[in-house]
Design a protein around this ligand. Structure first.
Ligand code: ZN
Length: 270
């Protein structure tokens, strides 16, 4: 089954927590680009493990998106703070997140001068799924620019693609959804409002799965360079469709042709 998690990205008001969060007695472990905060000295090994993974993801994801690693963003005072609550109860209480939330990243760094990723201990998929997912959101927004609108499907597609969960590649399921008419048309996906559909679990899961496989299709079929080019066009202020056209022309010149190419590609998995 395709992995699907509610991994959000929200603002400081909803988050109930910001980068000034540093309760007395909590421990801090600093790397080049990240600082891990946890509540107990028993967590030193875990914190170190998180830090090592985060630094590796940083390099890989920046590379995939087109950030030069030599630009060395997020150092010193700009380091991303990873806040790990000891348990789900305290996480929900302090952040005000719903109990089904597994973690989130907050992007409002311009206000707080730092970026945060917040989650809680004991989730077996934290290192492989939640951490790379949230780091991707932060890097993507940092690269493209905080003021630039990134279509949510693209944001979630790239974040899921960077997850390290094995066996998530189920193009056969996606292909059956496409031929069964179960997918969201790409033109609608572009404007999809996650919050407006939050009570429709089926629609939301289709949204996530579809987002992943469209981005996956672009990267696998047309390569990393064209994908980086797409990210650069978004950074330069192009609309998504314009950026798509600039990077994949003449093969893809609209959401409509992307949808047609994607359908053709999916058919081989039936
Ligand atoms: Zn996400």
């Amino acid at each position: 089954m395709v992995s699907f998690l509610f991994l959000g990205m929200i603002g400081p008001v909803q988050a109930g927590i910001d980068s000034s969060f540093e309760p007395a007695g909590w421990l801090k472990f600093a790397g080049d680009h990240f600082v891990v905060l946890c509540s107990s000295s028993d967590d030193e090994d875990l914190a170190q493990d998180i830090l090592n993974h985060a630094e590796d993801y940083y390099n890989d994801i920046a590379d995939d998106i087109g950030y030069s690693r030599y630009q060395n963003f997020w150092t010193w005072d700009d380091r991303v703070k990873i806040i790990l609550f000891p348990d789900q109860g305290s996480y929900v209480r302090v952040t005000g997140q719903p109990p089904w939330s597994a973690g989130f990243a907050s992007m409002y760094s311009e206000l707080f001068k730092s970026r945060i990723i917040v989650s809680y201990k004991g989730q077996r998929n934290f290192l492989e799924v939640i951490l790379p997912h949230e780091i991707t959101h932060l890097i993507l927004h940092d690269f493209i620019g905080l003021g630039r609108p990134i279509p949510r499907f693209f944001d979630e597609g790239v974040a899921q693609l960077e997850q390290k969960d094995a066996g998530a590649n189920r193009m056969d399921i996606m292909a059956r959804m496409i031929t069964g008419g179960k997918i969201i048309p790409l033109q609608d996906l572009l404007a999809y409002n996650l919050m407006a559909h939050r009570n429709d679990a089926l629609s939301v899961s289709i949204f996530y799965v579809e987002s992943l496989y469209i981005v996956d299709f672009l990267v696998k079929t047309y390569g990393k360079d064209a994908f980086k080019d797409l990210c650069r066009h978004l950074r330069d202020g192009d609309s998504f469709e314009q950026a798509l056209k600039s990077s994949y022309y003449p093969t893809i010149d609209s959401m409509q042709t992307l949808q047609e190419k994607w359908f053709d590609y999916a058919k081989q998995y039936l």
